[in-house]
Ligand binder design. Structure first.
Ligand SMILES: *Cc1c(COP(=O)(O)O)cnc(C)c1O
Length: 316
């Protein structure tokens, strides 16, 4: 995964689906990091048009493997991630643009679900436990869906893996929905990894996080920055590779589950390291940085119109 996170597993099938549906519209992605990089990389390979709407302070994180960027239009918003999402949603209401779809996009979920397929084929049976750090929880839903198919197949066991999903305290909206623990109004400030913050996760919707937890007898974990940092250092020392901070939150959840005997020594455990290896990638891969095609203010009511014009000009 050349942009170093499991968002690469979502971007390929999503772009493939666009091709199969002969979608003529430009895909719009609002992201502060991993998703933007993953979609930009696939756009760079395929030449399919992509509009990225990103907060200005995230621009420096937008490296991708070297290649063409002529199919990518980057709009930088002088605000936070929520300003970028808001502007992107205005744009996708207009003709010629389509949102990437988030948790409701079956291509994204099936792409993420390949982690469960791969682990099960490698271990020869379904794991007893699945650990992942989540923001929206889409990865957890995807793992559950993939596990249901493997169970139906019959060759890999008949028990669904328990979902153990982790968020970063005190900025844990899913834990708030699940257990009525309040989210600090300062969030996502001070988070160990802001990728784990989503203000509107698909929790109560049918087939969402709540259903996935109930169906698998799963559990939610709140992880502090200190616990995550300890887990990150331990993982790097023991496995010899750097992991993204979000993956450290998942690792800390596994440590907690072992301590609280939620898992036992003889259980098959799957830990999803959702991102890592950035140090090596930046050393070994030729990379380029995406530059903004335009910069807009979130207070400018014309911002969506300006971005649309710039995108059309660039792709014509
Ligand atoms: C997006 C992301 C997550 C959280 O993914 P969900 O969509 O909530 O499943 C975790 N780790 C990394 C590295 C990510 O990029």
């Amino acid at each position: 995964m050349k942009t170093c996170s499991f968002k690469d597993l979502e971007s390929y099938p999503t772009m493939q689906r666009v091709i199969e549906q002969e979608e003529k519209n430009t895909m719009v992605v609002a992201s502060a990091g991993n998703t933007a990089r993953a979609f930009a990389h696939v756009s760079s390979i395929t030449g399919l048009p992509l509009l990225l709407v990103v907060p200005e302070n995230a621009i420096e994180k937008l490296w991708i493997p070297a290649g063409s960027t002529s199919s990518i239009c980057v709009a930088a918003v002088q605000g936070d991630y929520y300003d970028a999402i808001s502007i992107a949603s205005h744009i996708t209401e207009k003709e010629g643009f389509v949102p990437e779809g988030g948790a409701r996009n079956v291509a994204r979920r099936d792409g993420m679900g390949t982690v469960m397929l791969d682990a099960t084929l490698t271990m020869k049976r379904l794991p007893d436990h699945y650990f992942q750090a989540v923001g929206s929880g889409t990865g957890g839903i995807a793992a559950w869906e993939a596990a249901m198919r493997l169970k139906m197949d019959g060759r890999y066991g008949d028990e669904l893996p328990q979902l153990h999903i982790a968020q970063n305290l005190p900025c844990a909206p899913l834990i708030q929905l699940h257990e009525s623990v309040p989210v600090d109004p300062k969030c996502p400030e001070g988070m160990y990894d802001t990728v784990l913050f989503n203000r509107k996760p698909p929790y109560a919707v049918g087939g969402g996080v709540r259903d996935a937890l109930e169906a698998t007898g799963g559990d939610l974990y709140g992880i502090t920055n200190e616990e995550a940092e300890e887990a990150r250092l331990l993982f790097e020392e023991l496995e010899g590779i750097d992991i993204m901070n979000s993956a450290a939150v998942a690792t800390a959840a596994l440590i907690k589950a072992v301590r609280n005997t939620k898992v036992s020594k003889s259980d098959l455990i799957m830990l999803n390291i959702t991102g890592g290896g950035v140090k090596g990638a930046l050393k070994e891969l030729a990379t380029i940085r995406l530059e903004p095609d335009l910069v807009v203010s979130p207070d400018d009511s014309e911002a969506p119109a300006k971005i649309i014009k710039k995108t059309k000009d660039k792709f014509e």
